[in-house]
Design a protein. Structure first.
Length: 112
């Protein structure tokens, strides 16, 4: 089924449905339960949908990371990349800019 979905480039319509449960944000006692914006939607997908999603991500991630158009500083879809590693790179670039003599301490995004 996954192979056919990838060949056709379509996600089966029967698996596009999710049950949505509203969950009160943060501390339940501090927020007004009558205000809709105080709720976060929680989507529960069918198991097979999650499996197809992970299979697609594994294929897409491998493709995107080897693409010549992929920017080495891009953080989306990179395993091990996070906001923290992006901030570490930014800090390293600032330190390097302020003190070019420390060039050996500047790392590429993926080596942090």
């Amino acid at each position: 089924m996954a192979h056919l979905s990838f060949l056709e480039g379509r996600f089966p319509a029967t698996f596009k449905h999710a049950s949505v449960t509203p969950l009160l944000k943060g501390h339940a006692t501090a927020l007004d339960k009558l205000v809709p914006s105080n709720y976060r939607p929680i989507f529960n997908l069918k198991f097979i949908s999650k499996v197809l999603e992970r299979l697609f991500l594994s294929r897409f991630q491998a493709h995107i990371l080897t693409s010549p158009n992929f920017n080495q500083y891009q953080s989306a879809y990179c395993p091990g990349c996070s906001t923290e590693t992006a901030l570490q790179l930014l800090l390293a670039l600032v330190v390097f800019t302020l003190n070019p003599m420390r060039e050996n301490q500047l790392y590429s995004y993926h080596s942090i």
